[in-house]
Design a protein around this ligand. Structure first.
Ligand SMILES: NC(=O)c1ccc[n+]([C@@H]2O[C@H](COP(=O)([O-])OP(=O)(O)OC[C@H]3O[C@@H](n4cnc5c(N)ncnc54)[C@H](O)[C@@H]3O)[C@@H](O)[C@H]2O)c1
Length: 433
């Protein structure tokens, strides 16, 4: 029986390596369609919780996970030996940037080393972690070959399929977000298409893993560049005395040729601030400077400083110095209504304000505390002393905040998200980005 036959007949077993924001929803979805699914993660505490039917990923309800665990369709492991039993291995480990803002592929390398002793003929390996074009073909395939003594495209198949998960998105999840797949051989393409079609509504096959890698980087670069554009628009509107949000919303009434993007305190999350730099890094090695990416990165990473400048100016207008002022940052998550604070610009805003001598607190119902460079920072427990802050900075537009009450009680509000758009009274207290 071929791999494709095993997939089509639902006899195939799948391993998902890395059970985070991407891997856990994927593993649950695969188990949902009845394929025996093994999750593997180096985080023993997370593995333990999953085996108790408890999810710590916002997009996965424990109620959706637990039935598959009790039915024995889904189990989690720290031990990689289960790889030898499965037909397909999907790798979803982190791909961050190093301190020098270059690709850090160490998690993929580590995961591959752990997988290697258990590779056998006939398996399919799919990488979902974002990476630069060429990585799957030039690095992952040869590494698996070297470790196993087998040949990619002959003894086993290798493919790339970019993850498109959008945490907190209630409309589009794993099942109904079209999935791109690109394999090293035609047979690999058929196998990976067959696998993903068992649990995803629409699968689009591209000609190579490199093309699939580039698709992901185009998508994220598109966002990073457009957000860079509107962040610069915000700076320009400020200089011109215009309301950025009014301008964007009015432009968005055009029914064709325009798509609204909104400014903010900077880029956050595991993808948009990072992935385009994988592409510019790769292009640098080919002696080409990816100018749009680098310009957008420079504008976007400058936004926390710009926001701090707005806070300083607003305090100054109120006759107060930043040093010694009490500032409350509302929202630390990188986007609304989720608990993920990776790369969150709110943390940069907090650090920059503190560096200016402000006495900074934060409040986020989703992120009661965060860890940065090994140090834990704890937020305030509630907004009972809101009036005591000289300035309040809205960094994340959580729906849980009552913006009317915040504006009424705060002395001064710097709103980086236009979260106060519907508030009619006390508008003189509000400074918009
Ligand atoms: N979070 C998103 O919104 C998102 C969206 C699209 C793409 N991606 C990409 O998907 C990949 C995974 O991101 P994520 O957000 O799920 O990360 P995550 O940090 O939430 O999860 C990664 C998991 O991998 C585990 N892990 C680390 N090293 C491992 C190893 N050697 N073996 C096994 N497990 C290991 C970690 O313990 C963690 O549980 C990244 O490349 C990211 O760029 C993420």
């Amino acid at each position: 029986m071929t791999l494709k036959d095993r997939i089509v007949s639902r006899e195939a077993k799948v391993a998902v390596v890395g059970l985070g924001y991407v891997g856990l929803p994927l593993a649950v979805r695969i188990a949902e369609v009845g394929l025996r699914t093994h999750g593997i993660d180096v985080n023993a505490a997370r593995v333990g919780r999953i085996n108790e039917g408890v999810s710590d990923i916002g997009d996965v309800d424990s109620a959706d996970l637990a039935p598959h665990v009790s039915a024995g369709t889904l189990s989690a492991h720290t031990d990689f030996s289960v790889i030898s039993e499965v037909d397909a291995v999907i790798i979803c480990v982190p791909t961050p940037l190093s301190k020098t803002r270059d690709p850090d592929i160490s998690f993929i390398v580590k995961a591959t080393e752990s997988i290697s002793p258990f590779i056998r003929k006939g398996q399919l390996f799919v990488l979902e972690s974002t990476t630069y074009p060429g990585f799957t073909r030039e690095v992952l395939g040869p590494t698996l070959e070297q470790a196993s003594g087998l040949t990619a495209g002959v003894d086993f198949e290798v493919a790339f399929s970019p993850e498109r998960i959008d945490p907190g998105n209630e409309r589009f999840g794993v099942r109904n977000t079209t999935k791109i797949v690109g394999a090293m051989t035609e047979g690999g393409g058929e196998a990976v298409q067959a696998l993903y079609e068992t649990f995803i509504d629409t699968v689009k096959v591209v000609s190579s893993p490199d093309a699939a890698e580039m698709v992901k980087l185009l998508e994220n670069t598109f966002r990073a560049v457009n957000i860079g554009l509107v962040n610069e628009l915000a700076v320009m509107c400020h200089k011109l005395g215009l309301n950025t949000w009014e301008v964007i919303d009015a432009a968005a009434t055009k029914p064709f040729g325009f798509m609204p993007f909104y400014p903010g305190p900077g880029l956050g999350g595991h993808c948009i601030p990072i992935d385009p730099l994988y592409l510019s890094w790769k292009l640098r090695s080919l002696n080409y400077q990816a100018r749009f990416i680098e310009l957008a990165d420079s504008i976007n990473t400058g936004m926390p400083t710009y926001v701090v400048r707005l806070v300083q100016d607003a305090l100054n207008d109120a006759g107060k110095a930043t040093r010694g002022s009490k500032v409350l940052v509302l929202g630390v998550a990188y986007k609304n209504d989720i608990d993920d604070y990776r790369e969150s610009p709110a943390i940069d805003v907090i650090d920059l304000l503190a560096a200016k001598g402000a006495d900074v607190d934060f409040y986020d119902p989703y992120v009661p505390k965060y860890v940065e460079a090994g140090t834990e920072h704890e937020g305030i427990a509630d907004l009972s002393e809101l009036e005591s802050y000289d300035a309040v900075v809205i960094a994340t537009q959580h729906k849980a905040f009552d913006y009317g009450e915040i504006v009424e009680r705060a002395q001064l509000v710097v709103d980086t998200r236009n979260a106060t758009r519907d508030i009619q009274t006390n508008r003189d207290k509000i400074r918009l980005l």
